[in-house]
Ligand binder design. Sequence first.
Ligand code: NAP
Length: 277
Amino acid sequence: MKIAYLLAYPAGHSISPAMHNAAFEALGLEARYEALECPPEDLAEAVRGLCEARSYGSNVTIPHKQAVMPLMDALSEAARAIGAVNTIINQGGSLLGHNTDASGFLRALTDDAGFDPSGRQTLILGAGGSARAVAYALLSAGVKTLRVYNRTHAKATALAESFAELGDIEAISREELATQAEQATLLINTTSVGMAKAGEDPDVSPLPVDLLPHAGLVCDIIYRPAKTRLLKEAERAGLNVQNGLAMLVYQGAESFQTWTGQDAPVQVMRRAAEAAL
Ligand code: NAP
């Protein structure tokens, strides 16, 4: 029996176990996926445990995506550029840190939304960990421009600086947001504003409705709720919309493929994720 883990803290609400276990079952693999509730002080030991023969490796999520990096034997180009690991692959006792958030986001955009980002003017809201993966994906896909707006401007500036060599990326101020949003044909929310959280009203948007782009696609990488206020308002304004479920499924599918060497049963994973939500 092989095992893939999820290193998280807390691990309670993850839908990855449902998604991966459904995929293992569909392919008849003797394997299971197990969420490990791993407090920061136990991280190094948990990572060492991934080297054992029965382990495929793991997914990594909040709050460990950066903290695992120095514990890896090697890092993929994507993990190094993004500065975060969401997938660890056990290669015979040697651990490769990889990141599938960027490729998952890009595949969701092209395969599910039918949107080719190359040559587009694009705008990201947020400058946290997922914004870095989305920025790397978009610049690698050859967008014309990428603008980044964040509540804390210094974080947007730092993000833009770290990807400057990959393309035309700039942090923008609140004053520039209206013009940049108007010109963008792809807008992505990577902030947690609008996410369903205990004790918080999810009916909030990271962008005033009058600043929505005039045409194109609005993505929200949030998948709980399925339609955030931003997406509802964008849809009412006649824009195409996409939520974060496809990104979640495709990042999981690439992790699955790197562990097992087999194509992931994406539809099975999507159905399991939807059922678990
Ligand atoms: P993170 O690193 O903590 O970043 C959070 C971002 O949200 C920061 O830019 C932060 O701005 C901003 N933010 C938080 N509260 C805000 C507020 N009240 N007003 C304005 N901005 C606010 O988080 P993350 O890992 O990037 O995750 C962000 C979201 O993406 C979460 O909802 C997560 O569930 C989702 N996500 C989805 C997928 C997927 O596969 N679909 C993958 C990863 C993440 P400051 O810098 O100013 O604090």
